[in-house]
Design a protein around this ligand. Structure first.
Ligand code: C2E
Ligand code: CA
Ligand code: CA
Length: 545
């Protein structure tokens, strides 16, 4: 079984470690996931742009060719011959008008090429059937790319079968599809990406960029796994522009950020987390720490003896809380009471103090039935009226005589506007035989007119007055006034923080009955207090006169 401290230490630090690990892993992981999808989306958008530009280029070419060939087909209807100078001039005029056209030609009704814009073909050339368009469909068709005896370079042939007079056609260089505009964004396609213009009639690739496979799949609905795939058809449906790029290639820059960006972001957020930890930890988790400390039994009570300075005997002790913190060591109340008050934990803490005092007092009872213990109750608690649990705890043991328990309240708890709660709480405590001491007397609200209403039993003269004794006669006069005030109220006086013989003698001379301070005894655990009491009964504190 691990010790409770070790288990708690482990729980606290395991949590911090977990937070740092999460802070260094989660933000970069989120960032990378986000940038992963963003990079892919951007690559797909770029591919889509390139394909859209390609389709526009095809549409523009097809529209121009369709119009040109329709007009030419109409013009040649009026010619007597298809292979004379008149026909040549007509064809040349058409060809030179459009820079995208490499050649314009006429094929007669027998399927022989009789004329091109380069001249009259003599003798006419017949084409192989696979390089011919479907003559029954009197619409613009695309053939190719082909190379023939007259067309040494591979060309795309745009063919329009004519009514009765054969065909008219236009030859275009495939390159105009990919480079004509000169402003095509240089799409980085990687090693296995491509942009292809596919002839839907036979699946032949008319033109393209990148490494184009022999057969481009333009019919499948699903892109191949591991690739980004975009395709669009020309307005006639004759050509499909297909763009494809591997995801691996699209993510090449993102991968760079994987190795540099991710560790940097992780380190950055872990450092930020580390920098903020003390802040978060000291405010938010201090509350948890106090809760845990109550749960794990880390609080202790030290008792500071209160002596009758006329006799030197110990008459009581003030219960002062200590936190035995597993990392910080012994913590004084000033480091945690404020947070306990602010977070409402003061109630649970006070209840615990009362329970502990009840237990400790049971140990003293037989031997020292006349020694009282005083407990500090926070003004916050007294004013909020939240003292029920404390009272119930104090009622668990019937008091053997009135005043065995003293409750110390500060002046702050008794100010006019909040005193209703305090008044009723004090009245209830009194009815249970509990005495009331006004703590830190003289430091707070000097309107003392209302003090008699509280039926106080003791006044504790604050340490600042005791420390000031003899430092200057002016301040000593203030101490005198405080003592007189207390006496006039008819209550017993306890001087706090007595550290020197000089202070003790002064107080004694002035008739102060009780004192508490390092000169007499420091706060101590219950066992040490028992030993202190035993010694004090045998040899009361030696009071020099
Ligand atoms: P306090 O009620 O005025 O308690 C007296 C403080 O003065 C104690 O400090 C005590 O250790 C210290 N003291 C005693 N003799 C001398 C001396 O000769 N010289 C000097 N310099 N100091 C001396 P401690 O224990 O740090 O407590 C500080 C305050 O915390 C207490 O002031 C009290 O207001 C509060 N406190 C302590 N225990 C509890 C508790 O259980 N509940 C609540 N609500 N407050 C507590
Ligand atoms: Ca006190
Ligand atoms: Ca005090």
């Amino acid at each position: 079984m691990p010790s409770p401290h070790l288990a708690r230490w482990f729980r606290v630090y395991a949590k911090i470690l977990l937070w740092i690990v999460l802070a260094s892993v989660v933000p970069p992981a989120l960032l990378l996931t986000l940038s992963y999808y963003q990079t892919l989306r951007q690559a797909e958008a770029d591919l889509n742009d390139a394909v859209t530009q390609g389709v526009r280029r095809v549409d523009s070419l097809l529209k121009t060719a369709d119009l040109t060939l329709t007009n030419l087909a109409a013009d040649i209807q009026h010619l007597e011959q298809l292979n004379d100078e008149k026909a040549l001039r007509l064809v040349q005029r058409v060809a030179y008008k459009e820079p995208r056209f490499r050649e314009v030609g006429i094929i007669d009704a027998q399927g022989s090429l009789v004329l091109t814009s380069l001249g009259i073909v003599e003798p006419p050339i017949s084409f192989a059937p696979e390089t011919r368009a479907d003559l029954d469909r009197k619409v613009l068709q695309i053939v190719g790319p082909v190379s023939t005896r007259v067309m040494q370079e591979r060309s795309i042939v745009l063919v329009l079968p004519t009514e009765g007079q054969g065909e008219v056609n236009i030859l275009v260089d495939p390159i105009i599809l990919t480079a004509y505009w000169g402003q095509v964004d240089q799409l980085d396609l990687g090693q296995d990406g491509f942009l292809a213009y596919v002839n839907t009639r036979d699946g032949q690739v008319l033109a393209g960029d990148g490494i184009i496979p022999p057969k481009v799949d333009f019919q499948s609905q699903h892109p191949p796994p591991g690739y980004l795939h975009v395709q669009k058809a020309s307005y006639t449906g004759d050509v499909v522009v297909v763009g494809q790029v591997s995801k691996g290639w699209a993510l090449r820059n993102w991968r760079g950020s994987l190795w540099i960006g991710a560790p940097l972001t992780g380190l950055g957020s872990a450092l930020m987390m580390l920098a903020c930890l003390p802040l978060i930890y000291s405010s938010r988790t201090l509350k948890h720490e106090i809760e845990n400390a109550l749960k794990w039994g880390e609080f202790q009570i030290h008792y500071q003896p209160i002596l009758d300075i006329q006799t030197g005997y110990c008459v009581g002790a003030e219960a002062l809380i200590r936190w035995c913190h597993p990392q910080e060591g012994l913590l004084l109340p000033s480091t945690f009471i404020g947070i306990a008050e602010a977070t409402g934990l003061i109630n649970a803490m006070s209840t615990w103090v009362c329970q502990q005092v009840m237990q400790d007092q049971a140990l003293l009872e037989a031997q020292y039935p006349d020694v009282y213990i005083s407990i500090n109750i926070s003004p916050v608690q007294l004013n909020s009226g939240d003292i029920e649990e404390v009272i119930l705890t104090l009622m668990t043991r019937p008091q053997s005589y009135p005043g065995r328990i003293v409750v110390e309240v500060t002046e702050a708890a008794l100010v006019e506007d909040t005193k209703t709660n305090a008044l009723s709480a004090i009245a209830r405590l009194h009815s249970l035989g509990i005495a009331i001491a006004l703590d830190d007397f003289g430091t707070g609200y000097s309107n003392l007119g209302y003090l008699h209403k509280f039926h106080l039993d003791y006044l504790k003269i604050d340490r600042i007055f005791v420390t000031a004794i003899k430092q200057s006669s002016r301040i000593s006069a203030v101490v005198d006034a405080v003592i007189d005030l207390g006496r006039n109220l008819g209550v017993e006086l306890i001087a706090e923080g007595v550290e020197t013989q000089e202070q003790l003698q002064f107080l004694k001379r002035r008739g102060v009955r009780y004192a508490q301070g390092y000169l007499l005894a420091h706060p101590m655990p219950i066992k040490a207090f028992q030993i202190f009491l035993a010694q004090n009964r045998q040899a009361p504190f030696a009071l020099k006169t």
